[in-house]
Design a protein around this ligand. Sequence first.
Ligand code: 13P
Length: 259
Amino acid sequence: MDKLVIGNWKMNGRRSANGALLAALLGETACNRRGVSVAVPAVYLADVAAQLAGQSLTLSAQDVSQFADDGAYTGEVSAAMLAEFGIEYVLLGHSERRQYFGEDNRLLGAKFDAASNAGLVPVLCVGETLAEREAGQAESVIATQLEVLLGRASGHLVIAYEPVWAIGTGKVATIEQIAAMHAHIKQWVLQNAKGADSIRVLYGGSVKAENADAVLSTPNVDGALVGGASLNASAFRKICEAAEKLIQYGNSQDVNLGC
Ligand SMILES: O=C(CO)COP(=O)(O)O
């Protein structure tokens, strides 16, 4: 399976800077291909969709409303609205949304349904805090967050493992920590939420040009969710190149979990 790279711009960008960043990415074959996407702030979707028209680099969203039908939900953006812009992936339950907006499994289940019913692919983000890891609870915290998938796993399932303590801190998880958690996530899904045609688990948390090769070639890592480095064309290009190289040469280390 190819390695998926999604750049999460978070609440960053301005129209002119976005245009320049995208123009640089579109000129690079490693970035301008299927399997690479940018998740931009909702207010820039129209601009970015226009710039990406006819290109291979795809557009993603950072969030979606839990309400599927149009109506009196001030400030919300529905999945049907996102679908109008050709959105491929929608991030769900990013740790920043869990932390600042209190997103929980009930809400994320509704968002998951809204996104998939509109033909968008949800990317369920999970991750433990440092305190939870130090208390030996990392696996159980992730298992609880994965419960959103119960009764919902179908089609192409994408999960992003982003340890909260590795996000924006420069502190990337060790290869052993990543490999162990990715195997745990795939096993949990296979045991508890069967029904998906494919399962991809992306790693996120301080992925940079310098560590992209090592992270992406870790067993059961099927791609990367990139924050800060996705705002820099040269850094993001190097990450996309690392992913592309693994498609070309394959990744013989992958543990076969039967998916
Ligand atoms: O949260 C992230 C991507 O969703 C990771 O952010 P950084 O790559 O900036 O650590």
